[in-house]
Design a protein. Sequence first.
Length: 223
Amino acid sequence: MTQDELKKAVAAAAIEMVKPAIFDGEIIGIGTGSTANFFIDLLAEFRDDIKGTVASSEASAQRLRSHGIEVIELNDAGTLGVYVDGADESNSHLELIKGGGAALTREKIVAAASKKFICIADESKLVDQLGAFPLPVEVIPMARSYVARELLKMGGNPVYREGVVTDNGNIILDVYDFMIATPQKTEEEINAIVGVVTNGLFALRPADVLLLGTSNGVREITP
Ligand SMILES: O=C[C@H](O)[C@H](O)[C@H](O)COP(=O)(O)O
């Protein structure tokens, strides 16, 4: 199976998992990226049944609306029933690296506001230790050089993601050469640097279930 076929298979499995929430009238949180896009496209079949969605990026909001799916503001939604999103890496505890598409901050907010976080990914994303994928950090623009120096002190190699401005008007530093042994501690330490909005580690609020697309079918992994 191709990587896209694996992504589509996990998106279909996630649809089955969120159906009860849809028919219970819960608001659905929607992630960002190529895997989440497959989910959005399959969700279109339920456009008339969904009470509303909250999107973690402008790109996902646009795609949802293009299918006629209602998008509402998180501030008007209360607690979400379920959040579905992809990841750049996951370990077996379902601690994640996210933000390859620069949507990490809104994703983290929507995940925090959701009762259940379903992560959907192809098998290439499951790793023993997080960090081979460079860790995205969203930074207030004027703090870029200062934050980069602090990340260097922590042992990483931060690289400015040229030409990228997040939906919140900020920039991204990608931290290379930074294998992460204690994800919760690292998440807290980076977030404590003044000027950091948030980093792409989802360890303090990991996923609740990982639907992993493999050539032998979709595996359901819980921590
Ligand atoms: O900022 C983007 C998100 O964190 C994505 O969920 C992540 O990069 C995975 O994207 P994809 O499904 O395209 O691999």
